[in-house]
Design a binder for this molecule. Structure first.
Ligand code: AMP
Ligand code: ZN
Length: 112
């Protein structure tokens, strides 16, 4: 499958890894939109949040807990934002589910 995040999981595309376990991987975004910008992805290919099934409940929970733990490790005690862009109109450009963990600056609302 021609998926850049699956290639990051299998190591054929390099990444700056922050965390890895049996079910997920976290790495720095190559085009950061905040001083800290990390992507948290499942190792399993799930195309988007819209494709998530009831079977993925534990996996989705692990992704969020990992984001919270990484935020603590990255000293984001003042706050951070987690974004899951979903589908074309949601601004998703890579069709492998990923959480953006953004922090280190003031976030604004509404997002673009
Ligand atoms: P989205 O636009 O929400 O689908 O997010 C995709 C994100 O993946 C963007 O923020 C990109 O900068 C990021 N990205 C694309 N290719 C890579 C890569 N090889 N390593 C790290 N981040 C990447
Ligand atoms: Zn994939």
């Amino acid at each position: 499958m021609d998926c850049i995040f699956c290639k990051i999981v299998d190591g054929s595309i390099p990444s700056r890894k922050v965390r890895e376990d049996e079910s997920l991987l976290a790495f720095f975004d190559v085009e950061p939109k905040a001083p800290i910008h990390i992507l948290v992805i499942p190792k399993k290919h799930v195309a988007s949040l819209a494709e998530a099934k009831a079977d993925d409940e534990a996996l989705l929970g692990r992704l969020l807990i990992a984001a919270a733990e990484i935020a603590r490790e990255q000293q984001l005690g003042k706050g951070f934002r987690v974004v899951i862009s979903t589908g074309a109109e949601g601004g998703q450009t890579v069709d492998h589910l990923h959480l953006h963990l953004l922090g280190g600056r003031q976030m604004h609302w509404p997002p673009g």
